[in-house]
Design a protein around this ligand. Sequence first.
Ligand SMILES: Cc1cc2nc3c(=O)[nH]c(=O)nc-3n(C[C@H](O)[C@H](O)[C@H](O)COP(=O)(O)O)c2cc1C
Length: 330
Amino acid sequence: MHPNFARLRELYAAQPVILAPMEDVTDVVFRRLCRSLGNEIGMTEFVNVEGLLRGCRNAKRKIRLAEDDTLTAIQIYGADPERLAEAARFAEEAEPLFLDINCGCWVPKICGRGAGAGWLREPAAMVAMAKMVVSSVKIPVTVKTRIGLGPESHMPIVDLARRLEDAGVAALTIHCRTANMGHSGAADWTWAAKAREVVSIPVIVNGDVKSAEDAKRAIDTTGCAGVMVGRRAIEHPWIFREVHALLREGKTVAPPTDEERLDLCRTHLRLNVEERTEPYGVRVTRRHLSGYLSGMRGASALRQQLNTCDSLEGCLAILDTAASTRRTAA
Ligand SMILES: Cc1cc2nc3c(=O)[nH]c(=O)nc-3n(C[C@H](O)[C@H](O)[C@H](O)COP(=O)(O)O)c2cc1C
């Protein structure tokens, strides 16, 4: 058996807080930043299997793992089982910790074509596809899905969890909304609890974990092996250290200081510009900066200045001025 199975078991035994796969977010730079703040298991954004098999540059970039990506999984999506299996073999060569199959994307152009949450229309086909992917690679394969399509009165996830376990899936992440809900409405963690009860593979609960307290509540009420955090990490990646402190040491850590917030802005900008050059590297960082500065005095003026500056040097100067103004005021 591939050593990653044992490694994954160990990681799940320690109640991991997993960084959710997020398109245009969980790239090599953001994964690194989250790791520096306590995230252990990370995931690439989802990668289209057709793009991957055609050798599309963007798809190849997405599966490229850095040396420090030792605990990173690659997520793939597609509608054709054979193509998924073929792409899984290809992605395996990048040496991810495991491969995850996206069966949860609700976006019509993906779900409507049978990929992502489209698999929930035909649970038997989803299970057969997962079995095919599992048997095509040596490393563990996991599935990330939703509780159902919506508006079923009884969600298919419980039966599906059992069948995916039988298909050889190593773990299951449940985004506790239906596909029809998209990202709106509250996630219902009780479905993760129900699914967890019927399988022996680790189940990871996902949806609306926005704080360390949420993470603790999600684990305590569902008995799941770990939690996955998505949107909150975009604006507040410190959530990883906050969850660890609470789950592992029973401690509440102080929120990041202004200095840490400004430092993270600088680091993220620098790393993104190194990776993508200017001005693109600066522009893609903006979606994070607003959240990083949240709660700081003068944050909105600072955001405005940063949002209109396309150069790294200019942004760093704005942040340096903000830092020295704070030091003087202190
Ligand atoms: C910008 C963005 C991009 C996303 N991209 C993906 C993706 O590539 N693969 C995937 O499985 N889910 C994707 N998701 C869904 C998240 O992984 C997660 O399931 C969802 O946001 C719920 O978790 P949260 O409440 O912690 O955000 C994305 C979500 C967001 C907000």
